[in-house]
Every structure is written in structure tokens, then in C-alpha cells.
Design a protein around this ligand. Structure first.
Ligand SMILES: [Zn+2]
Length: 175
């Protein structure tokens, strides 16, 4: 092995890979591109979620029913994943339910510590099949009082503030 190759081998064992140096940038040895993206995009909610969101704007939680397996599902979907067939009908559900599971969250989405926890929870919606639920927040409740199985009800935004989003429900509170 030539002296130079030995040296390269030693370096690569000590530190695999080759790090970039400032020189590589300033002398143009590597290609870089700086640009500001003017990216605009649209997102289609699809048939099932589109109608679900329209329902929320009207203060209604919609589900779908499959006659073959008998399940009533929420959030709605156009296709029953158990039966591999289209669902049969839309169902108006209650805006009440029970806590299936929950968490006390002491950090925000951008990892800032908070004193009063957010309480994300899966709510099994009344009128849907057992175990069918939506993820939302609990409110008007002390964190230590939250229990699995606790009955809750949606607290809606005023009609004028609703926009056809899951946040048209502010949170669920105990009943
Ligand atoms: Zn089914």
C-alpha cells in the first residue's frame, strides 16, 4: 500500500466520511443553491372528510355506517376497511362521548414547557361503534380529574367563527 493510501485509510478509520470545509464553499467545489420557494398548494379533503368538515361547520358530527359489518365509523371514510366495500349511509352522531384515552401534555408542539397541561384525548363519539373516536382536546377540567370512560360533550365555536375544521369544536368538557 502506498504511503498516501495508508494515510487515507487511517483517516477514514478514525473518522468515516469527509466533512465539508469552509474552503469547499468559498472556492465553489460544491454546488449550492439558495432560493426562496414560492410554493402554493391546495389540499383536497376528499369526499368523506369534506362532508365531515362541512358537518362540523353546522355543528354536526357525521359518521358513516357499513351494513355488512354493522359498524358506524367516525371520522367517516368512503370505504369500509373491514369489508373492502363502499359504506352504505351517512349517520348524524351525537356531540357527546367518552374518553377512550388521554395524555397530560406539558410541552407545546414547538417544545416549550407549559405549566397547565394540554389534555389531548381520543373521544369515543356517542352513536358510533365502540372504539370509534376522534382525537381532540379536553377542557374545563382539572388534569387530575380526567378519567378513562369519563363522559364529555363538545364545546363548539360560535357559528360565525366556524370554518369547516376540526377546530370548530374548541374542546370537549365533562358532562
Ligand atoms: Zn364493513
Amino acid at each position: 500500500m502506498r504511503e498516501r493510501d495508508k494515510k487515507i485509510k487511517q483517516v477514514s478509520i478514525a473518522l468515516p466520511g469527509t466533512g465539508l470545509k469552509e474552503d469547499d464553499f468559498s472556492k465553489g467545489r460544491i454546488l449550492t443553491t439558495h432560493w426562496t420557494a414560492d410554493a402554493r398548494y391546495g389540499w383536497d379533503a376528499g369526499i368523506a372528510i369534506g362532508r365531515y368538515l362541512a358537518g362540523l361547520k353546522n355543528g354536526i358530527i357525521l359518521g358513516v355506517h357499513c351494513k355488512k359489518c354493522g359498524r358506524t365509523m367516525v371520522p367517516p371514510r368512503i370505504f369500509c376497511e373491514w369489508c373492502f366495500r363502499n359504506v352504505d349511509e351517512w349517520v348524524e352522531l351525537q356531540d357527546t362521548g367518552k374518553v377512550n384515552t388521554f395524555s397530560l401534555c406539558y410541552v407545546t408542539w414547538d417544545v416549550k414547557r407549559i405549566k397547565e397541561p394540554q389534555i389531548p384525548a381520543v373521544i369515543e363519539i356517542d352513536g358510533a361503534s365502540p372504539g370509534m373516536g376522534i382525537m381532540h382536546l379536553l377542557g374545563d377540567v382539572k388534569p387530575e380529574m380526567v378519567r378513562i370512560g369519563m363522559k364529555v360533550k363538545a364545546v363548539w365555536k360560535p357559528v360565525s367563527e366556524r370554518e369547516g375544521a376540526i377546530t370548530d369544536i374548541r374542546y370537549f368538557k365533562p358532562v
